[in-house]
Design a protein around this ligand. Structure first.
Ligand SMILES: Cc1cc2nc3c(=O)[nH]c(=O)nc-3n(C[C@H](O)[C@H](O)[C@H](O)COP(=O)(O)OP(=O)(O)OC[C@H]3O[C@@H](n4cnc5c(N)ncnc54)[C@H](O)[C@@H]3O)c2cc1C
Ligand code: SF4
Length: 600
């Protein structure tokens, strides 16, 4: 019985995995397909994408035509249930509301976590990204290299399905042969951007997203993923065959009922459940890891949200994958005589070095794209092309005034019109009504382009979370309090993004909407806003300055692992989720090997 109530759990498990998103899903998948008995505890409710995804609903079928509201900031049809910037009854504290020192925390309380609606942009970290300190003396090196993670990037790409291409660009690694699916065709706006950006020395190459542009290779990939394990191969082949390629017609943020994009709920959990080795308890809010006399973790305490009762589950190994900050919260709330400052916190580094992605965007309107003939441009519902960081040499030569780079995500094209399609045209039309307004909507529809920079933040001493001494959530669990500060590197980087995007729009003959912001402090999005938060329990090679070793295993508690973004020692410009999954697979392989040797 794979979905079990809190009262129906087994007496003990090989591994308890806390959280069911990218990190938890990958961990449970790898462990279960290799025979480990796993209990997954998920704070949110069960969620079934196949029956709950309103893929083909039109805006007129939703309240307020589906536009965003405080409850549903990404629109009525967004896949997130019971989550968002605020979760009712589960507050968090910010030491300031100022934009400069604010941290916004997005949570998805549901099976599959944020993977049900994430952007699916799936970029590998490059070799430089694992050794940033060695390059510029800032932040920290990881205790692993790109070569340690590369085989796991290959595996994750093969399993989840990622489109893209190998371009051999600096610090933008190629995948092994057969790992990537063919990328979709660029949009008209992409082609124009590529042509004009080239004149500025800015390259555009196919983006990488976890979306199936063709069926997965269910005949060959399972053997590459699970050599010598025919049972796993069979289960994975079946799971791959159950996934249809993309229909190019529906917004991915609603989720995908045909399993064409990656969600933990449609990709990781089905084969793990089919193995018979996975029990899942939803509505299970974990708040403490329990320790045995030997100093090892022996289980977790959680609140059964369906009854409000306290429960305990027992295990040989605990893996935290509740998302970076929630995993930190569980560690800090797990106090004992042996660990008075929180579990695995002998270094005092739990909660420290919280990072997000540097974000800044510019939009514009391009006359060359006006009044184009109607074509189906629904495309991949995400970017087709993107720009990896391209100024490594200029940066090394000290010409930029900031460390670390950013990539550019593009927006444009003509998606399904919505309530806001015709809104805000006054800056172009001066205001119009009736027939003239309709004419102008048709003229301008599809002539807008958007550029979003996604850049590296360097970890600093001032960006961290801790337990608030007073505030508790509705279950009585102490909550997190966030501190945040950008350094000049990030602020200058954000200003550089603005100038670059303004230059591209001008090179397209377009107009920048609202003007370019030259002050980095104004240009940068608040901390947490890009929803790429990582760090808080960083990996390292010294137990005094890090929380885990290179296997994501805590230094202090040998049978406690962390497989979400908390272990990141830096936050490259590359979106973090592919790396979370690759590291989770790697850590899980290590757990399996040690369990076989009876070391765990
Ligand atoms: C709008 C949006 C767009 C994004 N786009 C991208 C993108 O394009 N590329 C990219 O790389 N990343 C993107 N991300 C980020 C991406 O979603 C996360 O990096 C990824 O989901 C992190 O995986 P995770 O397993 O650590 O956390 P999550 O996916 O958040 O999963 C954590 C799970 O743990 C559960 N949980 C939390 N606390 C507890 C507890 N105490 N007990 C039990 N369970 C608990 C949660 O309910 C949740 O289900 C995006 C995110 C958002 C919101
Ligand atoms: S665009 Fe493709 S991947 Fe995205 S939801 Fe639609 S069918 Fe699924």
């Amino acid at each position: 019985m794979p979905f079990v109530a809190a009262t129906e759990q087994k007496d003990s498990y090989d591994v308890i995995v806390v959280g069911s998103g990218a990190g938890g899903g990958q961990t449970a998948y790898t462990l279960c397909l290799d025979g480990a008995k796993v209990l997954m505890l998920e704070a949110g409710r069960n969620y079934v994408p196949e029956s709950e995804t309103p893929m083909f609903h039109t805006p007129d079928m939703a309240p307020l035509a589906g536009v965003g509201t405080p409850d549903k900031p990404f629109g009525f049809y967004d896949a997130t249930v019971d989550g968002g910037w605020q979760v009712p009854g589960e507050p968090y504290v910010r030491v300031t509301e100022d934009k400069a020192g604010r941290f916004d925390w997005w949570r998805a309380r549901m099976l599959g976590g944020r993977t049900n609606h994430w952007g699916r942009i799936s970029l590998r970290n490059g070799p430089y990204d694992f050794k940033p300190y060695s390059r510029d003396g800032l932040g920290f090196d990881w205790p692993i290299t790109y070569d340690d993670v590369a085989p796991y990037y290959d595996k994750v790409e093969l399993l989840v399905g990622v489109y893209g291409s190998n371009e051999g660009m600096e610090n933008t690694p190629n995948s092994s042969s057969g790992c990537l699916l063919p990328p979709p065709a660029p949009l008209v706006s992409d082609l124009l951007i590529r042509q004009r950006a080239k004149g500025l020395g800015i390259p555009l190459i196919p983006g990488h997203r976890a979306v199936l542009t063709q069926p997965l290779d269910f005949r060959r990939s399972p053997a590459r993923l699970h050599p010598g394990n025919p049972t796993a191969q069979k289960l994975v082949a079946e799971a791959m065959r159950s996934r249809a390629p993309c229909l190019w017609a529906t917004p991915c943020g609603r989720g995908c009922a045909v399993r064409a994009n990656y969600q933990s709920t449609t990709v990781h959990l089905p084969p793990a459940l089919a193995s018979g080795n996975l029990d899942i308890t939803t509505d299970a809010m974990v708040h403490e890891i329990t320790l045995g006399q030997d100093g090892r973790a022996n289980g977790v305490n959680f609140v059964d949200r369906t009854t409000g009762k306290q429960r305990h589950a027992a295990t040989r190994v605990v893996v935290l994958a509740a998302s970076a900050c929630e995993s930190v919260r569980i560690l800090l709330n797990s106090k004992s005589a042996r660990f008075p400052d929180g579990l695995a916190n002998s270094s005092g580094k739990v909660g420290r070095y919280l990072m997000d992605t540097v974000g800044s965007g510019v939009g514009g309107q391009v006359p060359l794209l006006e009044s184009l003939p109607p074509l189906n441009e629904d495309a991949a519902d995400g970017h087709q092309l993107y720009t990896p960081w391209w100024l490594y040499k200029e940066q090394l030569a000290g010409k930029l005034g900031f460390a670390r780079g950013y990539h550019i995500e593009l927006g444009g094209g003509r998606r399904m019109p919505g309530f806001s399609t015709a809104a805000g045209l006054e800056w172009l039309t001066g205001g119009s009504y009736g027939a003239k307004f309709k004419e102008e909507v048709r003229r301008y529809y599809g002539s807008f382009v958007y550029f979003d920079g996604r850049g590296e933040m360097i970890p600093n001493e001032h960006s961290y979370c801790e337990i608030d001494p007073q505030v508790k959530d509705k279950w009585g669990i102490p909550v997190l309090r966030f501190h945040w500060q950008w350094s000049d590197h990030e602020l200058r980087q954000a200003a550089h993004m603005q100038r670059t995007f303004g230059n591209i729009i001008e090179a397209m003959g377009g107009k920048v909407r609202g003007g370019v912001i030259t002050d980095g402090a104004q240009a940068i999005a608040p901390g947490g806003f890009i929803i790429h938060e990582v760090g808080g329990a960083i990996m390292g090679s010294d137990p005094k300055s890090s929380v885990t070793n290179h296997w994501s295993q805590t230094w202090d508690v040998p049978n406690l692992f962390i497989t979400d973004g908390a272990v990141f020692a830096s936050n490259a410009d590359k979106n973090p989720t592919l790396t979370i999954m690759a590291l989770a697979w790697r850590a899980s392989d290590h757990i399996l090997a040690r369990m076989r040797r009876k070391e765990l």
